[in-house]
Ligand binder design. Structure first.
Ligand code: C2E
Ligand code: MG
Ligand code: MG
Length: 586
């Protein structure tokens, strides 16, 4: 036992001596395991990498070298370590700090399997002339610059990418401190670019992007920066503006240059695309905004511009911030409704104008925000449409309405129910099938259900919408055209559409007594509808005089605050006892 510990002590002593000796030599020494991870190294190797040994042990040698040296052209550092040919090898690398040429030898130690490797690092700078050393160093710097450029530019257009832009905005913000003025970020998003890619292919899409980059450069002033963030998003950074309005003028020039018709070069089929962009602008005149915030605000303003095709340029301001925040809140109310499968519907009576007798109810969604504020149904529907949740909301509306009707006994009383469907809902096939199934599940006779649609659905997707509506009518549901008069209604439409009636928009009713032309128009529509055997409902009746005038024209049905506001289910339908929805909602 004692002998053994004496042996161990002796072994330790000679190892320490060896370690001391190896620490004295100028060459770096390193031993890796079969996988290239550092098992041991001497003090010179620590110096070469610039970190203490404890931080190096167990690390992949390739990664350590990559940080400290640039390998020769022929063999990258990774390759150097990975290749480890059986007989060993030698290569030279350039150390960056201080500038040195280092020769690396390595050979396997055939004691274990997989074999560990011994690496020696020898400074051979004196063998290389100073001139050559500088030359090598310049070459390496060029390579690094080219690499850095790749990291900062978009490969398709050659413009700065998101990183390049962030650096440019940071620089511009610093300059803003020295030269007061305005800085503007113009966020441009190409409208319907996806359609170009889907229809004509990515080659044409790329070509269009290159063309747009060229065109946008036409509006650049000397210090402006144009960047491409990816997809169809371009950002123009303008500095040294005298006034905030200058940014809007630049955006308008952008719209002009982008909007010129374009014909792709590589297409066999000659076709012309007229590109359009939406532009959101954020501005700063030394207000301490970060590059991220400026970009984010411009992005939000761009979304606002996209929402309103009549305003392709939008400048970010507090109102937009509030609107967007409100929309986020509406969305959370919508998500909550979908999660809980609970939705408040209100019901507005449709009455016989002569007697005031209720013949049906129109269901109107009455969303409520968590803080109790009422959300306008039009806003609610708009958010559902833009966030892709309109299908799910539509299904919930139908289930809720049919459930309210069943619990209140409305259906037994033979009263009709009208449900609104937005353009997007009609755009998805399968609506008719779903509605038929839902009516069956709740025991609702189709004849009592009216589907209200607007003209936009019929104009945007005429074939599909007509098909769906025809199926619904075939199944016994009624279909009416809502908000008639404010869209693009043509007389042709009325003759051709698969509808049972129309609802005159409340903007006509509101002005009919003061505006003789409107009065005449309503009278003509009522007559025409009678000839075409279409039922007419006048919306938005608020006064006795309006009711009398409509009756005199022969309009027999109406809706409006004169008779009732939209009412809660209990007020309108009786006293529905809320119950769980059937499991497969719609
Ligand atoms: P709409 O279908 O034309 O509904 C009638 C709108 O006029 C309702 O507004 C109603 O409250 C309002 N109204 C009724 N009588 C009068 C009146 O005498 N004077 C005035 N000034 N207004 C009156 P609401 O509930 O804000 O709904 C707005 C629109 O939102 C609806 O127009 C409809 O297009 C849509 N909408 C409502 N609920 C739903 C729904 O469940 N699904 C879908 N897709 N759309 C819905
Ligand atoms: Mg309606
Ligand atoms: Mg309406």
């Amino acid at each position: 036992m004692n002998e053994e510990s004496g042996l161990v002590r002796e072994l330790r002593r000679s190892l320490a001596r060896l370690e001391l000796a190896l620490a004295q030599i100028a060459d770096g020494l390193a031993i890796t395991d079969g996988q290239g991870q550092l098992l041991w190294c001497n003090a010179s190797f620590e110096g070469l990498i610039g970190r203490p040994r404890l931080m190096l042990l167990g690390q992949p040698l390739a990664a350590l070298l990559r940080d400290a040296v640039d390998a020769d052209r022929g063999l990258g550092v990774d390759g150097l370590v990975a290749a480890r040919p059986k007989g060993g090898n030698v290569t030279t690398v350039v150390r960056r700090e201080p500038l040195q040429v280092v020769e690396i030898h390595w050979r396997p130690v055939h004691l274990e399997q997989p074999a560990p490797y011994v690496f020696t690092f020898h400074d051979v700078s004196d063998r290389v002339s100073l001139e050559e050393l500088r030359h090598r160093s310049q070459e390496l710097m060029d390579q690094q610059l080219a690499l850095a450029e790749q990291v900062h530019t978009c490969p398709v257009t050659g413009l700065p990418n998101r990183r390049g832009l962030a650096i440019a905005i940071e620089d511009a913000l610093v300059r803003l401190d020295r030269h007061p003025g305005w800085l503007a970020v113009l966020f441009c998003d190409l409208n319907r670019f996806k359609e170009v890619n889907d229809t004509y292919g990515h080659r044409v899409g790329d070509q269009l992007l290159i063309e747009l980059a060229q065109r946008m450069k036409e509006v650049l002033r000397p210090n402006d920066v144009l960047a491409r963030l990816g997809g169809d998003e371009f950002v123009l950074l303008c500095t040294e503006l005298k006034a905030a309005e200058d940014a809007v003028q630049i955006a308008e020039r952008l719209l002009q240059v982008v909007g010129r018709p374009w014909r792709p070069e590589i297409s066999d089929v000659p076709f012309v695309i007229t590109p359009q962009v939406s532009v959101g602008i954020s501005l700063c005149n030394g207000c301490g905004l970060s590059p991220d915030q400026l970009l984010h605000d411009a992005d939000l303003a761009m979304y606002e511009a996209k929402r309103r095709p009549d305003r392709p340029v939008v400048v970010f301001d507090e109102e937009i911030a509030r609107t967007l925040e409100w929309r986020v809140q509406i969305r959370s109310a919508l998500e909550q409704a979908l999660r809980s499968q609970q939705l408040t519907m209100h019901y507005q009576p449709v009455v016989e104008l002569a007697s005031g007798r209720v013949v049906a109810y129109e269901a109107l969604v009455r969303p409520q925000h968590a803080d109790g504020r009422l959300v306008s149904s039009a806003d609610f529907i708009a958010v559902a449409e833009t966030s892709g949740l309109i299908q799910a909301l539509g299904e919930l509306v139908v289930s809720q309405v049919l459930q309210d009707a069943r619990h209140s006994g409305l259906l037994e009383r033979g009263l009709g129910l009208a449900v609104n469907f937005s353009t997007q809902q009609l755009g998805c096939s399968g609506l008719a099938k779903e509605l038929i199934a839902a009516a069956r599940r709740f025991g609702c006779p189709p004849a009592l259900l009216t589907v209200e649609v607007t003209e936009t659905a019929l104009i945007e997707q005429p074939e599909r919408t007509r098909e769906e509506l025809a199926q619904l009518r075939q199944a016994g549901f009624r279909v009416v055209l809502d908000d008639f008069g404010i869209g693009y209604s043509s007389l042709n439409w009325l003759a051709e559409l698969p509808i049972d009636g129309l609802k005159i928009d409340r903007s006509f009713t509101a002005t009919m007594l003061e505006d003789r032309r409107r009065h005449a128009l309503i009278a003509a529509v009522v007559n025409l509808a009678r000839e075409l055997q279409l039922e007419v409902v006048a919306e938005g009746i608020e006064s006795e005089d309006q009711r009398a005038a409509l009756l005199a024209m022969g309009c027999s049905l109406g809706q409006g605050f004169l008779f009732a506001q939209p009412l809660s289910p209990a007020e309108a339908l009786g006293s529905p006892t809320p119950g769980p929805l059937p499991p497969a909602a719609c």
